[in-house]
Each structure stands twice: as structure tokens, then as C-alpha cells.
Design a protein around this ligand. Structure first.
Ligand code: C2E
Ligand code: CA
Ligand code: CA
Ligand code: CA
Length: 278
């Protein structure tokens, strides 16, 4: 008994602290949605052959008046747990498509936009309709939108998720499996879902110079993707050497600090889309 009480003294405050933290972040997310404190940063996706920009991935940030710029690691899990990700995800979609329409129209650019979508959003029956409305409002051809869904989300899919993905596919959007290689999903997943792109997780790229197993795995994934007609993006490329190795493996597209960090919209525009028809 006394031991139990002693343990309770250690665990309860920690538990309370965690709950408090959660509640704080939750109300911060709610408030930020109302006050417009979220913003998107964009990381270029380049073709490995010519190192030309072909697309951008939208990554959400929270610009908090007191705490400064917060990365998704600080709030995305809590948004997910509380279901606020549905509302936040809708904001991300709208803001991303609004920006993409400016790039397409005013900069005569034809880049793709990748947007991260959570499993909760895919379970929401309004998702496809919302997306359809946004695409028509901003006059974007669906083929320029890539929806990224993590491998672990796909592993917890339901029949409904698959149905939504099939509808998104019929709409003409491109579907990408994110963080591939980390979820131990079976290869049958690649045929079960209507996928267009496979994104190899950063953890395989980070040590590609020194890790033979990772080199073999990445080579195998790229070869397999070709025969399944999937395009491949390698993420987390930080050095020229990593880029050369992946290029040698015939990886088509890459992303990472070697090319650029995620940038605020205005900076992305001036750096990557200089031509303006304004
Ligand atoms: P992710 O989708 O795997 O995004 C890639 C993450 O790696 C980003 O972190 C990016 O800034 C970082 N990164 C890019 N290049 C490099 C590199 O060369 N080296 C290293 N070390 N890191 C690199 P970020 O922006 O902090 O986002 C973290 C995660 O949060 C994302 O992982 C994604 O799962 C989630 N996320 C971000 N935005 C959204 C969103 O709008 N909706 C949802 N549902 N999730 C989001
Ligand atoms: Ca992603
Ligand atoms: Ca990823
Ligand atoms: Ca990730």
C-alpha cells in the first residue's frame, strides 16, 4: 500500500502535467484557427535529373504571438487526438490551393502541390465534397494536387478510407504514400490502394552513404515502384553525395535541405518562381 501511494505521488503530477499541456495546446489550436495564426511553408520538390523544381510540399506552422514559430511536431498529434485536425486540415487545403492558384496564374508556373492529409480527414464523409468545391473555386486542375497519406495511416485504414481514396482518384487527384518503409506494411498495400507516388522516408536517406542495407532497400523500392508505375520521391536529402547516390539509383524526384528548407510563401515565390505576369 505504502509503495502504491509512493508511486501515485510520482505518477499523478506527471499525468496532470501532461493533461494540462494537452489542454493548453488544444485551446491554442482553437484560438489560432479563429485568429488566423496558422501559416504554410513550402519546400521545393525537384527532379533529380535536372534539379529543376517540379513541385512544393505545404507544411503547416503556427505563428504564436508569444511563443513564436511552432513546427507541427508541437501540435499536430494533439490536433489529431482531439479531432481538430479536420478543421485545421480544411484550412491547410484552402490556403494551399489559394496559393497554388496564384502561382499557376500569376507566375505561369505548372508546379504540383503536395498536401499532408490525416487519416481522420479521410474518414470524414465531407472530405471529397470539400475538396471538389475548393478545386473549382480556385480553378485548379486536380492533377496538380498530390495528397500525402502516411504509410501508418494506411495500415489503420477502413473500407471507408479506401472508398474515399478511390473517389479522390476518380476526381483526378494524385495520391502519395508518405514515410514509406517505416510502417512495415506489406507490398500488397501498394496494389490495394490507388497510389501514384511513393515517398521514401528520410530515415533511409540519412545514412545512405554508409548503410548498405538501406542502399539495397531503396534500390529495391525504386525498382518495384517502376514496375508498379509509381513515381518515387526521396525525402530528407541533405548532402550532394546523398543526391548523387539516389540519382544513380534512378530516383526521379527529391526533397530536402540540400535543395531548400521549407520557406514562407513570399520567399518561395521570389526564390523559385521569379517570372511574374503581374
Ligand atoms: P512529413 O510529411 O514527413 O514532412 C517532412 C518533414 O521533414 C518536415 O518537417 C520537413 O520540414 C522536414 N524536412 C524536410 N527536409 C528535411 C531534411 O533534409 N532533413 C531533415 N532533418 N528534415 C527535413 P515538419 O514541417 O516539422 O513537419 C513534420 C510532420 O508534420 C510532417 O512530416 C507531417 O507528417 C506533419 N505535417 C506537416 N504539415 C501538416 C499538415 O498540414 N497536415 C497534416 N495532417 N500533417 C502535417
Ligand atoms: Ca509529407
Ligand atoms: Ca514524409
Ligand atoms: Ca514524417
Amino acid at each position: 500500500k505504502s509503495e502504491g501511494r509512493g508511486r501515485a505521488c510520482i505518477f499523478v503530477p506527471e499525468d496532470e502535467q501532461r493533461t494540462l499541456h494537452r489542454v493548453n495546446i488544444e485551446s491554442m489550436i482553437r484560438e489560432s484557427l479563429l485568429e488566423g495564426h496558422f501559416e504554410l511553408h513550402y519546400q521545393p520538390v525537384v527532379s533529380m535529373g535536372h534539379q529543376m523544381i517540379v513541385g512544393a510540399e505545404a507544411l503547416v506552422r503556427l505563428r504564436h504571438p508569444e511563443r513564436g514559430l511552432m513546427a507541427p511536431g508541437e501540435f499536430i498529434d494533439i490536433a489529431e487526438e482531439t479531432g481538430l485536425i479536420v478543421q485545421l486540415g480544411e484550412w491547410v487545403l484552402e490556403e494551399g490551393l489559394r496559393q497554388l492558384s496564384i502561382w499557376h496564374r500569376e507566375h505561369a508556373s505548372a508546379i504540383y502541390l503536395s498536401i499532408n492529409v490525416s487519416g481522420k480527414q479521410l474518414q470524414d464523409y465531407r472530405f471529397v465534397r470539400t475538396l471538389e468545391n475548393l478545386l473549382s473555386r480556385y480553378r485548379i486542375r486536380p492533377g496538380y494536387l498530390i495528397l500525402e497519406i502516411t504509410e501508418s495511416m494506411l495500415m489503420h485504414h477502413t473500407d471507408h478510407t479506401l472508398e474515399v481514396m478511390n473517389r479522390l482518384k476518380r476526381l483526378g487527384c494524385l495520391l502519395s504514400i508518405d514515410d514509406f518503409g517505416t510502417g512495415y506494411s506489406s507490398l500488397s498495400y501498394l496494389q490495394k490502394f490507388p497510389l501514384d507516388i511513393l515517398k521514401i522516408d528520410r530515415s533511409f536517406v540519412t545514412d545512405i552513404e554508409s548503410n548498405k542495407t538501406h542502399r539495397a532497400l531503396v534500390t529495391a523500392i525504386i525498382t518495384m515502384s517502376r514496375s508498379l508505375n509509381l513515381r518515387v520521391i526521396c525525402e530528407g536529402i541533405e548532402t550532394a553525395q546523398q543526391m548523387e547516390i539516389l540519382k544513380g539509383m534512378r530516383c526521379q524526384m527529391g526533397q530536402g535541405y540540400h535543395f531548400s528548407k521549407p520557406l514562407p510563401a513570399h520567399q518561395f515565390t521570389t526564390q523559385y518562381l521569379p517570372g511574374s505576369y503581374q
